[in-house]
Design a protein. Structure first.
Length: 108
């Protein structure tokens, strides 16, 4: 089982065992050799270590960001660029009534 130990400063420490990786592999329906399990355990432990380092950084007073870079999306002018072809499209439709497309009922 993955162990989670909360601390007062909201840091955490996680240790990952071979049994944890085997359980996750079984749940994900992955066939892994013992060597692959050990490699995955080592890599996941490294990721957990990185998370611990990131949790240790003091972020008080820093506003959350929606994007890693200060970017703004270019917007085009909102204007009609194509003509209305509703009648042309409905002329070739199998069934139309009152300007609406009629389709077979699929949900009862």
């Amino acid at each position: 089982m993955i162990t989670y130990q909360p601390y007062l400063n909201k840091e955490f420490a996680m240790s990952l065992s071979t049994q944890d990786v085997e359980k996750v592999a079984r749940l994900a329906r992955l066939a892994m050799t013992p060597a692959e399990i050990e490699t995955a355990r080592s890599q996941l432990s490294g990721i957990f270590g990185l998370i611990e380092e990131m949790q240790a950084v003091d972020t008080k007073g820093i506003a959350p960001m929606s994007h890693a870079q200060d970017v703004a999306q270019r917007l085009r002018e909102d204007k009609v660029t194509e003509t209305n072809q509703r009648e042309a499209f409905q002329a070739i439709a199998p069934q139309v009534e009152g300007g609406l497309y009629l389709v077979p009922q699929v949900i009862e």
